[in-house]
Design a protein. Structure first.
Length: 154
């Protein structure tokens, strides 16, 4: 049975909320986890920040990205699908445009939105990564169709 776009939105959102609850439950369960000192020492040796395997921000990053990707797929599906074939120059141009969009959303919003912990930070992180996922699977293909850089199967 073919789903409507609003049904895709609802399914994607409910699924992302379920995954978020599972992720937050695991994060809460592992809240007292102590990172081995060798992990921290190795991270510092390469100039990296110490790893944070139970950071709740990771849950909102993953579920936001999932929601955006699923939302974009529903959008493209409702619009008839997407074909990535075509001349090499159009593919290269699509790659560059797609990458620029990801960088603008990911890095640009990363500079604007606050960092840390709290409901506002988590909500904005979810929105940021939802927009990145939506761009990748929905926004960029829509732009490619609009400027005749790709073929939709409709």
């Amino acid at each position: 049975m073919k789903k409507t776009f609003p049904q895709h939105i609802l399914i994607a959102f409910v699924t992302s909320l379920i995954l978020m609850l599972i992720g937050l439950a695991v994060t809460a369960f592992r809240a007292d986890f102590q990172i081995p000192t060798t992990w921290i020492d190795n991270a510092l040796l390469v100039g990296s920040v110490p790893p944070a395997p139970v950071d709740p921000n990771n849950v909102f990053t993953s579920t936001g990205l999932f929601f955006g990707l699923a939302l974009g797929l529903g959008w493209v599906y409702a619009d008839g699908g997407y074909q990535a074939d075509g001349p090499v120059m159009k593919r290269v141009l699509r790659y560059v445009i797609g990458l620029v969009g990801v960088v603008i959303l990911w890095m640009g919003l990363g500079e604007i939105f606050p960092r840390g912990d709290g409901i506002l930070v988590y909500t904005l992180r979810f929105i940021r990564y939802s927009l990145v996922g939506l761009w990748v699977t929905g926004g960029a293909p829509f732009l490619f169709k609009h400027f005749n850089l790709s073929n939709f199967s409709k």
